[in-house]
Structure formats: structure tokens, C-alpha cells
Design a protein around this ligand. Structure first.
Ligand SMILES: [Zn+2]
Length: 238
């Protein structure tokens, strides 16, 4: 008999504000195998659909949420959609204002951004392209005055994120030289904090680790295109 915990993707961070809830998942637990082992939650990366479905059901049951999630086809852009059951098309952020329906975005190095208030939330997929496109600003604007605080989940960190001189210069010019380090390396969390704090005026921004290059997480930079994704899942309770 397989224990239930083995089939349940590990939750590495939990957030609760008012009636809003969110979790960031890790890599262990779950039914995925090979390069996707164990807790891949994305259905667009070549993993066995039955394994992905089992992982989503396992996590949903563990959290006591609906098994059908609002998701998007992530394209590294700045489009924001209102959460609705199933796939809401090409976008990189989902807002939720009503109870029950979970919304999820999937990452393996990009920054999973949770923007959260007492009654509304947004889940955002923000890599360098999305940060440059303004996906965080778009999500904050879509939430309106409700954007009270933000939490950044695990992303690739400066220890492991060398970039071209051209990209470093562009980001340094736009977001401040504090987001660039010798190498050069780019601080994705630093860019997100800069945008959330200074552009959007959100006072409370928390950045969580570890670097996604560490073994307990999926990393595109480390593993290449054949790898899984961890998830940021948010929902509102009644
Ligand atoms: Zn690292």
C-alpha cells in the first residue's frame, strides 16, 4: 500500500492573510517519475498527464480545496486574467476575488509572486521577460486597492543566475544597479522587490528561498527543458 503522503506534493511555504490562503510547493512527494520526479504540477512540460492529475488531486485533498484549478498558458508576458475554472488562455497572472476556486501558476526558476490582501489575491509568474513586460504592475493594478502585501516564492538566485552583459546593463538601468552583481548576475527577487515596493507602493514584501538550483526544487537553468515545475496555489475561503 502506498502511503498518502508519498503521493502528496510537499508544501514548503504557507501564507494566510484574512480569508486568503496560498502555498508554495517543493519537488518531493507526488507520482511523477524520471526528470519530473516527484511533484511536478504543470501539464505543459511533457510529463505523464495522469501523474500530473494525481499530483494536483493529492495536493488539493491535502489542502481541502477544489481539484479543478484556474490556470493559464504562461507566455512570459504581462496579461492578467480573472480566475475561472480551467485554462484561461495565454496570460501570466490570475486574480481571485471569490471564494472556493483555486488559482495556480507554475515555475522552475522564474519568480512565483503572490499579491495578497484580506479578501483578494493574485498569483503571478514573473521571470525576467515578465518583469520587463510589467506583469507585476499589471497584476497590482488589476487587484486595485486590495494589494496590501506580497510574497515572493523560491526563484533562481544570484548564486546561480549569470546573465549576458547586455541584459545586466538593461536591468541595471531600469531597476537600479542593486539588482545586478559581478559576473554579471541578475537578482530576480531584487527586481520584483523593487517593482512591488517602489513602483507599486506595497509596503510589506517578503522573499522566500531556497534558490531553485538546490536539489529540493525544479530548475530549468540546471536541468534544461525536460523538468517539472513547482506551483504557487492561492485560494479564498468562505
Ligand atoms: Zn543558487
Amino acid at each position: 500500500m502506498i502511503s498518502r503522503s508519498k503521493l502528496t506534493p510537499e508544501v514548503i511555504h504557507r501564507v494566510q492573510v484574512g480569508s486568503c490562503r496560498a502555498v508554495f510547493t517543493g519537488r518531493s512527494g507526488g507520482a511523477s517519475q524520471g526528470a519530473y520526479a516527484e511533484a511536478n504540477l504543470a501539464d505543459h512540460v511533457g510529463d505523464d498527464p495522469a501523474a500530473v492529475a494525481a499530483n494536483r488531486v493529492g495536493l488539493s485533498q491535502e489542502l481541502g480545496i477544489d481539484t479543478e484549478w484556474s490556470v493559464v498558458s504562461q507566455v512570459h508576458g504581462a496579461r492578467v486574467v480573472d480566475g475561472a475554472p480551467g485554462n484561461c488562455g495565454e496570460a501570466d497572472a490570475i486574480t481571485l476575488t471569490r471564494p472556493a476556486l483555486p488559482a495556480a501558476i507554475f515555475t522552475a526558476d522564474c519568480v512565483p509572486v503572490l499579491i495578497i490582501s484580506e479578501t483578494k489575491l493574485a498569483v503571478v509568474h514573473a521571470g525576467w521577460r515578465g518583469l520587463e513586460a510589467g506583469v507585476i504592475e499589471a497584476a497590482v493594478e488589476a487587484l486595485g486597492d486590495a494589494a496590501a502585501s506580497a510574497v515572493l516564492g523560491p526563484a533562481i538566485s544570484t548564486c546561480c543566475y549569470g546573465v549576458s552583459d547586455e541584459l545586466a546593463e538593461r536591468f541595471g538601468n531600469r531597476f537600479g544597479t542593486g539588482v545586478i552583481g559581478p559576473g554579471p548576475v541578475l537578482d530576480l527577487h531584487g527586481v520584483a522587490v523593487e517593482v512591488l515596493s517602489n513602483t507599486c507602493g506595497i509596503r510589506s514584501v517578503t522573499a522566500l528561498g531556497p534558490c531553485t538550483h538546490s536539489p529540493e526544487l525544479f530548475s530549468y537553468r540546471r536541468d534544461g527543458p525536460v523538468t517539472g515545475r513547482q506551483a504557487l496555489v492561492g485560494w479564498i475561503v468562505k
